[in-house]
Design a protein around this ligand. Structure first.
Ligand SMILES: [Zn+2]
Length: 305
């Protein structure tokens, strides 16, 4: 008896892209802020996953679902299906002091309003209910805000706010462990239905515009994104954090990064050589591309796929 993660969480592509971009390009302040809030959110979600993984009762869990209903997309951070109930978790990794006034949410230090998490949760619940209703699926939905950061305080919280605060996460796990947990084929079907409705959005729409020429060329450390690397015959060592990696893996990663940042770019030995600022030999790059990609023969314009 244990939770079954039907859909695992992976690093959001927009986060991977921004991490790459910010090491090679000065991001606008607004985008930088977006990167850090996205990163923080992702860390909070992963933390909740790690807690849910310790559940002892049967449940099916779907992470990071993007669904569409009535031409509206909505994102579910975590959905947990037990025997009788669908638990909907909107995870917030807010840090610092916040308050609620007349139903709106504010940061205490700046007095600036934030997107109302409770409204986000209600919107999710309504759209999910409508999606399930259209399939004639009648299951109880219990939506909750889950706050994961121990440094978070919310003043003037209404008593009926459906939320679990950092000090109450054990209580949440206890509650889930005590929920009836006889699962059958219909539960599996429901998760498969939701999975089939998962849509994939393009991360590129949420990036600032950037050009190849504007990005710094060179080899960055996988761990700390520093350009301060020393390359020897077989390995690349970061002098900032000490991380060492095989050259083969660094070259492969460089090819992947380049393709992720510029999906239309044609992958050639020359392109990787230039992207890595000529730090690896042509022979080393050629060997990595030969092993990991398929060569498309077009004479002088051959490239790898
Ligand atoms: Zn490093």
């Amino acid at each position: 008896m244990k939770p079954n993660f039907i859909k695992l969480r992976t690093e959001p592509p927009v986060l991977a892209l921004l991490k790459l971009l910010r090491s090679r390009f000065l991001l606008p302040e607004e985008t930088n802020d977006y990167y850090f809030s996205k990163l923080k959110g992702y860390e909070g979600e992963c933390y909740l996953d790690s807690l849910l993984a310790t559940l002892t009762s049967n449940s099916l869990i779907l992470c990071d679902l993007l669904l569409e209903q009535n031409n509206t997309t909505f994102q579910i951070d975590t959905l947990l299906l037990s025997q009788k109930t669908i638990y909907l978790f909107e995870v917030k990794n807010f840090e610092g002091d916040y308050y609620i006034k007349n139903g709106d949410w504010f940061r205490k230090t700046t007095g600036k309003a934030i997107t109302n998490p409770f409204h986000q949760l209600k919107r999710c619940e309504t759209l999910l209910r409508s999606l399930l209703h259209a399939r004639n699926i009648k299951m109880a939905i219990e939506p909750y805000l889950v706050f994961t950061n121990p440094l978070f305080t919310l003043y003037q919280t209404p008593l009926d706010l459906p939320a679990f605060f950092p000090g109450q996460l054990n209580y949440l796990l206890k509650k889930l462990n005590q929920a009836p947990s006889e699962l059958n084929g219909s539960h599996q079907q429901l998760t498969q239905f939701l999975l089939s409705r998962h849509v994939i959005d393009s991360p590129y729409d949420r990036l600032p515009s950037y050009k190849y020429e504007e990005l710094q060329k060179g080899v960055t450390c996988r761990m700390c994104q520093s350009f301060k690397v020393a390359i020897s015959k077989y390995t690349t060592k970061c002098s900032a954090c000490g991380h060492t990696e095989e050259n083969k893996l660094c070259i492969l990663q460089a090819a992947k990064d380049l393709k992720l940042l510029f999906p239309d770019m044609v992958l050639t030995v020359k392109a990787i050589e230039r992207w890595c600022d000529y730090l690896y030999s042509r022979k080393a790059i050629w060997s990595v591309l030969e092993t990991n990609y398929q060569l498309i023969h077009k004479g002088k314009n051959s490239y790898y796929l």
